[in-house]
Ligand binder design. Sequence first.
Ligand code: FMN
Length: 400
Amino acid sequence: MQGSGRPPYREEADQPGQPVIKPVDLGPIHIPTPVVLSPMAGVTNWPFRTLCEGYGPDGLYVAEMITARALLARNPKAFRLCRFAPSEKVRSLQLYGVNPAIVEQAAQMLVDGDMADHIDLNFGCPVPKVTRRGGGSALPWKTDIFADLIARVVKVCSAAGIPVTAKIRVGIDHDHETFMEAGHIAQEEGCAAVTLHARTTAEYYGGHSHWERIGQLVEALDIPVFGNGDIWGADDALDMVRQTGCAGVAVGRGCQGRPWLFGDIKNAFAGSQDRLDPNLGQVCQVMLRHGRLLVDFYDGDERMAVHDLRKHMAWYLKGFPVGGPTRRSFMECESLADLEARIGDLDLTLTLPERVRDKPRGRIRYAKKVHLPYGWLDSRTSSHEEREQLFGDDPMDASY
Ligand SMILES: Cc1cc2nc3c(=O)[nH]c(=O)nc-3n(C[C@H](O)[C@H](O)[C@H](O)COP(=O)(O)O)c2cc1C
């Protein structure tokens, strides 16, 4: 996949309405099908990425955010998140941090240890414990810190030929939008691409994302823009490209319990109508495989693996008419044997009803309130006091 210099995946559309979709190059990384598994904390570890990549071998599969400080402290959980399956073609990690010097050091550590081929920077997290420290989606508001952080990471990574990308939101809220400026800064400071989750922090995961903002960013930038937000099925991915002109799409919640969505999007981008529509038996085989991979991820700790798998079980079963008591019984699984026994009780010939296919799944709520450091919105640049306060207590463990 890397540096293969292949011709464009699709120069011309051969169907009416088929958008022109080309491969995207991030430095030496060639992405024939420009679809990205959007980082999701607690979800996009190597077992899940492996399943997704199996269906869409030409995309980019990003790990979940890793806190720069935790990495520097050699926190074992952070290190676990840096592992990859041998089958993964691109080792793609996402770093999170507020203090540019700390994120720079973490990037240097990844470079020195040859731990990644691509680094994405998290400027999209809306979680209060992150934004109240000026991190995630709050950071682009302070253009000086934002630019400094990107510049430092790009410098460290470019020396090793590692492309850096930035993942941003539209802004804090619609009165405080940051995406346009953030996109320009990311481009000027050397990012290879930007992903825009077209919601504000205040919108959290509620409502529909504002795809028109993606189109505006595409117009304004020269580097590739990946559009993100509300891709629930392959047709949504086509619609987003058609409506915004984005170079590619990033998919989060839509693939929860449906790793085959990457196969569907690959087909759709190639102009094919073929879609995967597994019945419950086939879905359960994927679920079991996912469970076995998680046992490896947790170094043989089956109980931990099955507990982690529980949320995925709910997503895999979503939409199948199996009934509430059955769903609840899966949430009590303690081992893979328990899981197999529960699968054995299902009608494996069930198929997903048409009306629930490609429908929203996962988190869908608005933020109750955006939490920011005191006086954050007063100025677009940071004061000396603000920086001292912020960098004094970078969180060690910021999870979504
Ligand atoms: C459970 C969960 C965890 C997430 N973790 C991360 C993360 O670690 N880093 C990040 O940049 N975005 C994270 N996100 C945001 C997603 O990457 C994505 O931007 C968002 O869900 C919108 O895309 P979607 O509509 O396709 O889900 C997370 C989202 C969810 C639902």
